[in-house]
Design a protein around this ligand. Structure first.
Ligand SMILES: Cc1cc2nc3c(=O)[nH]c(=O)nc-3n(C[C@H](O)[C@H](O)[C@H](O)COP(=O)(O)O)c2cc1C
Length: 213
C-alpha cells in the first residue's frame, strides 16, 4: 500500500475481532511513532502498551465509558513529557509542542496499523487523572492520546470532509479559490498518476520479457 492509498483509506475503526495481534506488528506500530517528527527532535513522549483485558476495561471506563474500546486487543497510550518541552522551548514547548509531537506520533502509528491490515481509533475523550492513576503515570507526564488497535472486519465509509475550497485560502486569510481542485491542477495530477501506474506495469512486463531473453 502506498502512502496515498494509506492516507485515503484509513478510517477510525470501533469494532474489533477477537483475534491476537502479532507482537512484531505492535512493534512496527511503535516504531512508526518513534520516528515521527518532533519539535527540535525532542521526542518528549512515552508510549504505554496495554494488552491486559482488565486494564483495557478500566481504560474504556475512564475514556468516558467508551466500552467498545475493551474489544481492541491492543491499547497504546501516548504520553507527553511537558517539562522537557518547557526546558527547551518555554511555554510554547510545554503547552503546544508537547501536544503536537504526540499527535504526529499518533497519526504515524494509525497509518502504520492500517498499512499492516489492522484497524485503529484515536481516543481523546478521557478523564486524565483517571487514566493516569489506572496506568501509574507519574505527575510530570501527561497522557495525551489513547489508540485502540486490532483486527477488524468492518470498513467504515469516510465521514464527510469539507471541500478544499472551504479550508484553503490563497496567499491571504479569507482569499478563497472557486474550484480548488481545478485551480491546483488536481484533476491533471490524477491523470498523470494514472499514466505513471500504466508505465510501471509496462516496465515490469518489459523486464520479464527481457529476463526470458
Ligand atoms: C483529537 C481527536 C480525538 C478523538 N477522540 C475520539 C474519541 O474519544 N472517541 C472516538 O470514538 N473517536 C475519537 N476520534 C476519532 C474521530 O471521531 C474521527 O477521526 C473522525 O470522526 C473522522 O473519522 P475517520 O478517522 O474515519 O476519518 C478522535 C480523533 C481526534 C483527532
Amino acid at each position: 500500500m502506498d502512502v496515498r492509498e494509506c492516507i485515503y483509506t484509513r478510517r477510525s475503526v470501533r469494532k474489533f475481532l477477537d483475534q491476537h495481534v502479532e507482537w512484531d506488528k505492535v512493534g512496527e506500530i511503535l516504531e512508526a511513532g518513534r520516528v515521527a517528527p518532533s519539535a527540535g527532535n525532542l521526542q518528549n513522549w512515552k508510549f504505554i502498551v496495554v494488552l491486559e483485558k482488565d486494564t483495557r476495561k478500566k481504560i474504556a471506563d475512564v475514556c468516558l465509558q467508551q466500552y467498545w474500546m475493551t474489544d481492541a486487543p491492543v491499547h497504546i497510550i501516548i504520553c507527553s513529557e511537558p517539562i522537557k518541552g518547557k526546558r527547551f522551548y518555554g511555554v510554547r514547548g510545554e503547552r503546544l509542542y508537547s501536544v503536537q509531537n504526540c499527535a504526529a506520533a499518533a497519526e504515524n502509528m494509525l497509518l502504520m496499523a492500517h498499512s499492516l491490515g489492522l484497524g485503529g481509533c484515536w481516543i481523546g475523550a478521557f478523564d486524565e487523572d483517571g487514566l493516569s492513576s489506572t496506568l501509574g503515570i507519574i505527575e510530570e507526564v501527561r497522557p495525551q492520546i489513547v489508540l485502540t488497535i486490532g483486527y477488524t472486519n468492518v470498513k467504515p465509509l469516510m465521514p464527510t470532509r469539507y471541500k478544499l475550497e472551504n479550508v484553503v485560502f490563497l496567499e491571504k486569510y479569507g482569499n478563497r479559490m472557486k474550484d480548488a481542485a481545478a485551480t491546483m491542477g488536481l484533476h491533471y495530477a490524477k491523470i498523470q498518476r494514472g499514466i505513471g501506474k500504466t508505465k510501471d506495469i509496462l516496465d515490469k512486463v518489459n523486464k520479464k520479457v527481457f529476463r526470458r531473453e
